[in-house]
Structures are given as structure tokens and as C-alpha cells.
Ligand binder design. Structure first.
Ligand SMILES: Cc1ncc(COP(=O)(O)O)c(C=O)c1O
Length: 377
């Protein structure tokens, strides 16, 4: 049996007709940038996420970058002295920290909680300096970071909060959806996300209308009106084709999320009695959308090689914590600085969790992983 990590072709089969109808409409109109599909998609996402405004942008990365730029974080070449600082978790996809660096600000890393893999809020305050401007928590794998504690710290020190919700559209904490905790949240529609586009796409969602308006201008070179530039932005616009493809998928998102959660429960139950497999810990306040299902095991690389030899798609998200990335060497961190992130980098595996998995496929993954952990004990 073959079990890929993700199977977008099966998902596409049920969406083919409608997707093609909308794409034809766009091709006939030859109107590719912005337009009615982008406007409608923004409205529908704002309503889905219960926020006042949603601004479509070219990727999750550009959502993060434009949010930082809109908050004037290290934005001006005339800023003097030490760079602004932004607190980010040490364990996340690179874009979280890469965007901070690209503004000229300094990413300041904080270790994660070993159980949730999210930023450990109890380690944030020690990293705050007079130059700290913002905290960028990541809702990793589809589970909310501890936003109550993080927002309380941000309030105490007057810091902005940018939620990196790239992996967590629709995830909830205490019943509140991602995007309603910080000043804004950044979503990604990269094809492997729960809501994945026909290419790259992203969105900034916020309850702050003024911030939304600034990001609308930011995504178009800070231009308003045409050819008049109040500030420097970029080309961060969302294509009509992406908005149309995503509009077709959005009505299915909650059903797909429930299917992912049901797959996660099947894995959890099957691995409960297997000492060698650490299943994901979801805090009781959280409703995870399970963009990834992550287990931790010893002898991880042997286990992964075994799974792959049996045609099971799996991945390491992520093999190198940010403080050990070559490009951040000048920040002066060393191995041992963030033990929980280093643990996650060495022990975790993402298993297939996509909605269309069959029970046979799930059982095959379960049995093969059990075999592997016994073999490499
Ligand atoms: C946590 C996190 N942040 C940011 C991004 C960047 O999103 P994109 O790939 O759409 O630029 C991703 C997506 O891979 C992500 O997982």
C-alpha cells in the first residue's frame, strides 16, 4: 500500500467542475490581479475568521512581511541606533524569523514548550529589552499558542502582537478563532495548508481597520492614489486565480478539519499504549485544526527511513531550529541554547493526516510505525 503525506489530487476531483468554471471566467475576463474574486474571498475569510478585515496578499511570507512593515518595525533607513527586536519562537518555519530579518530588525528567539511545540510564554519576559517592538507567536501545526499569557505580556510592555497563523486558519483557543488575539494574524494558502490554493497566496486578518487599510496600500507599493507613495511597500498582491480556487475550497474547510481531527483521534487511540511514541499534546483550551500530526520518537531517522521504505510519506518539520541556521550565525547562539527546540528537531515526524485518508491507509501507517519503533528500540 502507498500512503502519501498529502493527496491533493483526490481532493481536487470533487472540486474540478466549479474550479474550472471560475478559472474560465477569469481567463475570459483577462482580469488577473485583484478584482471581484479577491474582494469576495476577503469578505468570506473575514466572516469565517470573525474579524473585521481581511487583506489578500501574495503569500504567508508576504503577509508577515507586510504586517511588520505596516507597524514600522525597522522600516526606515533613517532609524538610528540599535535595531528593533521581535520575539519569535525558535522552532517554526523559517519565514517567521526571515521576515523579521528582512525588515532590518533582529529576531530574538525563545524556546518552545516541549509538549505543544509552541513558544513557551514563560520564557518570553526574560528576552524583552527596551528595543523589543513585537511578539510573533506561531500557532504551530494548527494548535493555538498560549495567547492569553502572550497578550498579557505584550500589554504589560506595550508590544505589538502578530500571530503567525499560516498553519492555523480556523483554529480556536477558548472558542476564539486565530486572528482575534493579536493586532493581526497572517495566513498562508500554500497548497499543503488546510486551505490551500492553486499556488502561493496569503492573507492578513485583523480587527484594526486602520492597520488593514495600511496593508492594502502596503501590498501595492504604498501607493494611494495611483503613483503617489506615502510609504514604501511592495508587490504583495493576491492573484484572482488564487482567490477563485480558494473560494471553491472554503465551504469544505470545516468538514475537512473535522476529518483531520477524526484521523488524529484514530492515531491517538492506536498509539496510546505504545510507550515509544509520543502523540501530540493539545491543550484543553485549544481546538486544533491538525495541519500536521506530529509524533516524537527515539531513533527518528531510522524510523523515518523505515516508513519511507514502506511507501509511507512522512516529513521532518523542522530538522534545524532557527538558532542553528547558518544565516543566523551572527546572532551568536550555540547548540544547547534551546533544548526543547533541539529535542523537537531531533525526534519529531509528521505523519499523513489529510482528510481523504482511508481507514485502511490509517491502519497501515499505525501498524508500520509500531513495527518501526519496536525494531529500532
Ligand atoms: C509557520 C509558517 N509561517 C509562515 C509560512 C509562510 O507561508 P508561505 O509559504 O505562504 O509564504 C509558513 C508556510 O509554509 C508557515 O508554516
Amino acid at each position: 500500500m502507498k500512503v502519501p503525506l498529502l493527496d491533493l489530487k483526490t481532493q481536487y476531483k470533487q472540486l474540478r467542475e466549479l474550479t474550472k468554471t471560475l478559472l474560465d471566467d477569469i481567463l475570459d475576463s483577462q482580469y488577473f490581479i485583484g478584482g471581484k474574486y479577491v474582494a469576495r474571498f476577503e469578505e468570506e475569510i473575514a466572516s469565517y475568521c470573525n474579524v473585521k478585515a481581511a487583506v489578500g496578499v501574495s503569500s504567508g511570507t508576504d503577509a508577515l512581511l507586510s504586517s511588520l512593515m505596516a507597524m514600522d518595525i525597522a522600516a526606515s533607513p533613517f532609524k538610528r541606533g540599535e535595531p528593533d527586536e521581535v520575539i519569535v519562537p525558535d522552532y517554526t518555519f523559517f519565514a517567521t524569523a526571515g521576515c523579521v530579518w528582512r525588515t532590518g530588525a533582529k529576531p530574538v528567539f525563545v524556546d518552545i514548550n516541549r509538549d505543544t511545540y509552541n513558544i513557551d510564554p514563560d520564557q518570553i519576559e526574560a528576552k524583552i529589552t527596551p528595543r523589543t517592538k513585537a511578539i510573533m507567536p506561531v500557532h504551530l501545526y494548527g494548535q493555538c499558542a498560549e495567547m492569553d499569557k502572550i497578550c498579557a505580556i505584550a500589554k504589560k510592555y506595550n508590544l505589538s502582537v502578530i500571530e503567525d497563523g499560516a498553519q492555523a486558519i480556523g483554529a480556536k483557543r477558548d472558542g476564539v478563532k486565530v486572528g482575534n488575539f493579536g493586532d493581526c494574524a497572517c495566513l498562508s494558502f500554500f497548497p499543503s495548508k488546510n486551505l490551500g490554493g492553486l499556488g502561493d497566496g496569503g492573507m492578513v486578518i485583523t480587527n484594526n481597520e486602520a492597520l488593514a487599510e495600511k496593508i492594502r496600500q502596503m501590498r501595492n507599493h504604498g501607493m494611494e492614489p495611483k503613483y503617489y507613495h506615502k510609504f514604501v511597500g511592495g508587490n504583495f498582491r493576491l492573484d484572482a486565480i488564487q482567490a477563485a480556487g480558494l473560494l471553491v475550497k472554503l465551504p469544505h474547510l470545516d468538514t475537512w478539519g473535522q476529518m483531520r481531527r477524526s484521523n488524529a483521534s484514530i492515531y491517538n487511540e492506536a498509539f496510546e499504549s505504545v510507550e515509544e511514541i509520543k502523540t501530540p499534546y493539545i491543550q484543553p483550551q485549544n481546538y486544533s485544526i491538525f495541519n500536521q500530526y506530529i509524533v516524537a520518537v527515539d531513533h527518528r531517522d531510522d524510523v523515518i527511513a523505515y516508513l519511507r521504505s514502506k511507501d509511507i510519506g512522512c516529513e521532518i518539520y523542522y530538522p534545524v531550529p532557527l538558532h542553528m541556521q547558518e544565516c543566523f550565525a551572527q546572532l551568536g547562539y550555540k547548540e544547547g541554547d534551546f533544548p526543547n527546540a533541539e529535542y523537537a528537531a531531533k525526534h519529531t515526524i509528521a505523519l499523513p493526516i489529510y482528510p481523504e485518508l482511508t481507514l485502511d491507509q490509517l491502519n497501515y501507517v499505525i501498524e508500520t510505525l509500531k513495527e518501526a519503533v519496536v525494531k529500532f528500540r
